[in-house]
Design a protein around this ligand. Structure first.
Ligand code: PAF
Length: 279
């Protein structure tokens, strides 16, 4: 398995791979891989003949005061996992290979990027859309795989791909959870054991809220009560706890399918996000 950091060798390696394999799957990541990422890799392996994983901690999707500098970086451990999983190539570009001197382009997707994480992390989805468009152009995969854990990100990428005429498939892969229901995330590594115990309130509260919504209880009251429960369980700030249309991400005040509950809340210095279908 090759680890490539410069665009010219990447093009050579991709040319060679395309001669041997009929379909290429891309799994974009920022490294610090966990079982959720490995599920993306497994799904890509099941659907494509060759799998390329990108590892790039993208500076433009981190806001001021966010965790760019402290974001976990563990390339050797990531590479060992990917090699064992049968990945063909790691694309781990240096920052200048993605953002060359004078870089002046920004991709901004309106609509689906409004509110939720787009509200609490201004500019975040511009950074995501721009880097993902670049990765798509650099690798030109037949399919790209993203976790539903970052549900709004997936919606932004789908919209961007449709709007910019990327023709490959965008595959959303269900969230992988620990046994207690907490969604896997590279940021879970920041949690103290006590905070990790408290974090279970997020999926539990979401499940209770989803059940109450399906039963027909008042949506505004359910959402307000859910925020209160999180604040009483160790979270100190709730960025949002909202019910949205699962496809358009428009706000929903009267329950109808397809619906999705999405939440982001802070515990200690860690911001956790999660989402579930309401059905
Ligand atoms: O989900 C992530 O890890 C990142 O946002 C992505 C899609 C790799 C873009 O940097």
């Amino acid at each position: 398995m090759k680890i490539i950091r410069q665009i010219d060798p990447l093009r050579d390696a991709l040319k060679e791979l395309r001669q041997q394999k009929s379909s290429l799957g891309l799994v974009p990541t920022m490294g610090a891989l966990h079982a959720g990422h490995m599920r993306l890799v497994e799904t890509a392996r099941a659907q494509c003949d060759a799998v390329i994983v990108s590892i790039f901690v993208n500076p433009t999707q981190f806001g001021e005061g966010e965790d760019l500098d402290s974001y976990p970086r563990q390339e050797a451990a990531d590479a060992a996992l990917l090699e064992a999983a049968g990945v063909d190539l790691i694309w781990a570009p240096t920052v200048d290979q993605v953002y060359p001197h004078g870089f002046a382009t920004n991709i901004s997707v309106s609509g689906v990027s409004t509110g939720l994480c787009g509200g609490s992390r201004p500019g975040h989805f511009d950074g995501v859309a721009t880097v993902v468009a670049k990765l798509f152009n650099q690798v030109r995969p037949d399919a790209a795989f993203f976790g539903e854990k970052d549900y709004q990100q997936l919606a932004v990428i789908r919209r961007m791909a449709r709007d910019l005429d990327f023709t490959h498939d965008i595959i959303g892969v269900p969230t992988v959870r620990d046994a207690d229901g907490v969604a896997l995330s590279s940021r879970n590594a920041y949690l103290t054991p006590e905070q990790r115990g408290q974090a279970v309130a997020l999926p539990n509260t979401m499940r209770d809220a989803a059940d109450a919504i399906v039963k027909g209880d008042d949506i505004a009251a359910i959402l307000a009560e859910a925020e209160g429960k999180l604040l009483a369980s160790g979270f100190h700030k709730v960025d949002y706890f909202e019910l949205r249309n699962a496809e358009t991400l428009e706000n929903m005040t009267v329950f109808e399918k397809p619906a999705r509950l999405l939440a982001a809340a802070h515990i200690g210095s860690t911001r956790l996000i999660d989402n579930i279908a309401v059905a």
